[in-house]
Design a protein around this ligand. Structure first.
Ligand SMILES: [Zn+2]
Length: 579
């Protein structure tokens, strides 16, 4: 059935107005769709520009280029992309999974502006962030394009909430964010404009905030379980957001920008930025002279950090033990000598776990009363399993550590009062005292997940979407320009629809049958139903799984049931078998 036809004038509608003038309107049949065509999604009706199916020669095509060639996205400028219809289908399904799980934890949806004034950003000290897009309007008033919304949501809540009775509160949105990324790369993995889910929690006590954190962690696990791609949850650095407790959610892939350290014996996983290892016997440092690094805390205490000369001190690990450590001081010893009253001088000597009692220590850079010196020992150097194998896991002390590359797709932070204190998000507690709200913030990179899922599931035939976020679950591929086949395609669509499967008919008659079969694999629909020569010859239809390549030949009446079984199997096995 070819339903495209030119628009025709099919009548004139005359509308009398109250003042006696009659308007004549031509009525055009401008919808080139038959009723049947509207009822049945057809690829010929989609804006689906796609290029040559042949893979470019030479090196592996990037996933961004693959998504462009398959007609899911288009590049607007460096780090900025448009989603085409198939891309919006993926995005909408991802958003639906997030909305469902946010509803389950009692989070309410808001929509905050992208154009934000600087006042709150100045109060939190983040206005000078170099990745902020700053702009001025015609009245010379300053704004930024929102890279995140802690300031905006905290200001909003501080104005609207004043009593413990209005708490706890969980607010989230799925919206656009902007970051002046100097080197946008990886397509939608690290863009300048991107779509994110961000959730903010407000509680009355630390205990309640930590319980919220646990509950949102559970919701995140449900979201990522539903997406169906194998993921890792790792201990993370709080970075620019700040806060005391933080976890990252990653898809493991060799092209990822992050490095994860994981134990081969327990579930310890951490971003290399905060990963910890204990030395095995062979790595305990002997009698040789160890290296030393100096640091200063915000209250003027000099840190003297002893470590093996071949290892690099991880400042995040120092900061985790001593939160007042300020790594940005360039000359800690000079500052210490200049600013301290000799009577008030204090020093903390930090021994990395690899430094032993036998090690020779360099002389102290300043003379100081021995009673003013404290000593600590903890692991404080960067973990590097490839150079230093057999170092031990900090959780089980049994397993050894392995390194892998990964893409961060979600992040959770317990913020405490980092934003609520400067932005005066106070409330009156049950005992009548004035208190500051305890906050958490939680993000999921929506556009980043689209690109990351494409990355970890692609193969040499093209994209391969998991059932959870595929644009369509089933594509019915028909032999072009064959009326009998097209009629069957509609019948199959109706059967699949009744069985709860989302199908689309590939009726692009201008393409060859072979091209359409390759394109079904290239676009990555989980199941293809092929209505071609075999049907014309002996009445059989092929049902093919994109991921396994398995093909089942069956009668048209058996198609819906066969597809439903394949989809169900895909949903239950995808996560355990994905990379
Ligand atoms: Zn372990």
């Amino acid at each position: 059935m070819k339903s495209c036809r030119p628009a025709q004038r099919i009548g004139i509608l005359r509308l009398p107005s109250k003042c006696g003038i009659t308007y004549s309107l031509s009525v055009w049949n401008t919808r080139p769709f038959t009723h049947a065509a509207v009822s049945h999604p057809r690829l010929s009706r989609f804006f689906l520009p796609s290029g040559n199916l042949a893979l470019p020669p030479g090196e592996r095509e990037s996933t961004t280029d693959l998504l462009i060639r398959a007609g899911f996205i288009r590049k607007s400028s460096a780090g900025v992309y448009s989603l085409l219809p198939l891309g919006t289908f993926v995005q909408r399904k991802l958003a639906a999974i997030i909305h469902r799980n946010m509803y389950m934890v009692g989070a309410s949806e808001v929509s905050l502006p992208s154009l934000l004034p600087p006042s709150a950003w100045r109060k939190t000290g983040r206005w000078d962030n170099t990745e902020l897009y700053r702009l001025k309007d015609s009245s010379d008033s300053e704004f930024c394009l929102a890279p995140t919304h802690e300031e905006e949501i905290t200001s909003l809540v501080s104005r609207e909430v004043s009593s413990f009775r209005q708490l706890p509160l969980r607010l989230y949105q799925i919206g656009r964010k902007y970051r002046d990324e100097k080197r946008p790369r990886g397509g939608m993995l690290r863009g300048r404009e991107f779509l994110m889910m961000d959730l903010y929690s407000f509680d009355t006590t630390v205990e309640a905030a930590l319980a919220t954190y646990e509950e949102i962690q559970m919701a995140y696990r449900l979201i990522f379980d539903t997406i169906g791609i194998k993921y890792a949850v790792s201990e993370a650095d709080s970075g620019a957001i700040g806060g005391d407790l933080s976890h990252e959610y990653h898809f493991v892939t060799p092209v990822g920008e992050d490095t994860l350290i994981a134990c081969d014996s327990c579930d310890y996983t951490a971003n290399v930025e905060v990963a910890v290892s204990y030395p095995s016997e062979e790595h305990i440092y002997g009698a040789d002279v160890v290296a030393v690094q100096y640091g200063l805390t915000t209250d003027g205490t000099l840190l003297v950090i002893y470590h093996p000369p071949d290892r690099v001190v991880n400042e995040n690990l120092i900061k985790r033990e001593l939160p007042t450590y300020n790594p940005s001081v360039l000359d800690p010893v000079g500052e210490f000598k200049r600013n301290n009253d000799p009577m008030l001088q204090r020093m903390i000597r930090i021994f990395d776990e690899r430094v032993s009692e036998k090690s020779s220590l360099p002389d102290l850079p300043v003379s100081i009363n021995i009673g003013s010196i404290t000593s600590l020992q903890f692991p404080c150097v960067e973990v590097a399993p490839e150079s230093y194998p057999n170092e031990l896991c900090p959780h089980c002390a049994n397993g050894t550590l392995r390194e892998s590359r990964a893409v961060e797709v979600g992040h959770t932070f317990y913020l405490s009062t980092k934003y609520s204190a400067p932005l005066k998000a106070h409330f009156t507690a049950e005992d009548g005292t004035k208190k500051t709200m305890e906050m958490g913030c939680y993000g999921i990179g929506v556009s980043r997940i689209i690109s990351a899922v494409a990355e970890v599931t692609r193969d040499d035939q093209g994209l391969s979407w998991p059932v959870s976020i595929c644009p369509f679950e089933v594509v019915i591929v028909t032999k072009p320009n064959t009326g009998k086949v097209d009629d069957l395609a509609i019948k199959l669509y109706q059967d699949l629809h009744k069985a709860g499967c989302e199908a689309v008919i590939d009726d692009r008659d201008e393409k060859s049958f072979g091209w359409k079969l390759s394109d079904a694999k290239f676009l990555g629909f989980p199941v293809s139903v092929v209505v071609g020569n075999k049907y014309l010859k002996d009445g059989k239809v092929d049902v093919e799984s994109r991921r396994t390549g398995q093909s089942i030949s069956c009668s048209p009446e058996q198609v819906a049931q066969t597809v439903a079984i394949i989809l169900q199997t895909e949903k239950s096995t995808m996560r355990s078998t994905s990379p």
